[in-house]
Design a protein around this ligand. Structure first.
Ligand code: AMP
Ligand code: ZN
Length: 301
């Protein structure tokens, strides 16, 4: 029987099994690749002068609610619940866990934190609070662990994974130029590390029947492109980067205004860091020392 890519990653110590599909530890050699690729991102994007911000993998629940995520992707969201009871409640909780018949988590209460679904979600309300955006635009550099409830044995579909993002706010022309620039850069970067790339229009897994319309709209208006690289299938390559143009939807929702009072347009470009590392391991083999010299040179030279 053929060993799956996931099992080979476990055997090589690159990913670490936790017993939950899509939730993995990372070995040192896996992390080295991510660190090196992030340095490459810094080299390519650094001169743009983006303002770096790092948010934790949990975000303010009120901002999450306002974002509308539950309308589009309720199936992917993760909320943080905690025990908020007294000593009596604690005793019945422990009893419940011991007996194991009832679900002990039923009594857990929602906290003010939800798991971050995409690195850019905490940014918009943060920038809105600062006041108006300069006419020549604003640029941010983000990285966060993100949660999506999509358990799978495909190592490229994880439940907690890292997304590096650049987010641009400004006029329509400014942010669409930004997105095109990163599409060109993304293709070049992947080629420089020996990966086989294509770019295609994409649509997100919007929930339910109403979601079909949102997905059609996203596709018809070219709001989202993805950079695809074969990982688990050549016929169905995996999205390793995405290039999103939100028009003025986020600007209007969060109250992002340019200095002249117009609503700002926004776009974000996301690198799926685990997926890029997996594409490298899949393409060049599990032994980094045996990767082609030019690829090693681009990453570590
Ligand atoms: P999205 O917001 O869906 O466009 O995601 C941004 C990027 O994160 C994608 O292009 C992928 O590279 C990566 N990504 C999305 N979902 C997952 C997942 N379940 N596991 C690993 N990487 C993911
Ligand atoms: Zn984003």
């Amino acid at each position: 029987m053929q060993t799956s890519f996931l099992d080979r990653l476990f055997d090589a110590g690159l990913l670490i099994d936790t017993g939950v599909d899509g939730l993995y530890g990372r070995g040192g050699r896996f992390e080295d690749v991510i660190v090196a690729f992030e340095r490459l991102i810094d080299r390519v994007g650094g001169a743009d002068g983006a303002e770096a911000m790092r948010f934790p993998p949990g975000m303010n629940r009120a901002f999450f609610e306002k974002s509308g995520y539950m309308k589009s992707f309720p199936q992917l969201a993760g909320t943080v619940h905690s025990f908020c009871g007294n000593e009596l409640n604690h005793m019945s909780l422990l009893k419940c866990m011991e007996v194991g018949e009832e679900d002990w988590t039923k009594g857990q209460k929602a906290t003010d934190i939800v798991l971050t679904p995409a690195a850019c979600y905490p940014l918009y309300p943060t920038v809105a609070r600062r006041g108006r955006i300069p006419m020549d635009g604003a640029l941010f550099d983000l990285q966060s662990y993100c949660f999506r409830h999509e358990p799978s044995q495909d190592p490229a579909r994880q439940q907690l994974f890292r997304m590096r993002e650049y987010v641009c706010m400004g006029t329509e022309q400014h942010v669409t130029d930004f997105r095109q620039r990163w599409m060109d850069r993304g293709v070049k970067m992947m080629q420089d590390v020996g990966l086989d790339v294509t770019i295609d229009v994409a649509n997100d897994p919007f929930f339910g029947r109403a979601g079909k319309m949102l997905a059609n709209n996203q596709r018809d208006q070219n709001l989202k492109f993805e950079l695809l690289i074969p990982i688990t299938s050549v016929a169905r390559p995996t999205a390793c980067m995405s290039f999103n143009y939100h028009q003025d939807a986020f600007g209007a929702k969060w109250g992002l205004h340019l200095e002249d009072g117009r609503v700002a347009h926004t776009a974000c470009v996301g690198f799926g860091l685990e997926r890029i590392a997996l594409a490298l391991f899949h393409t060049h083999g599990l032994d980094v020392a045996a990767w082609p010299a030019d690829v090693r040179n681009t990453l570590w030279g």
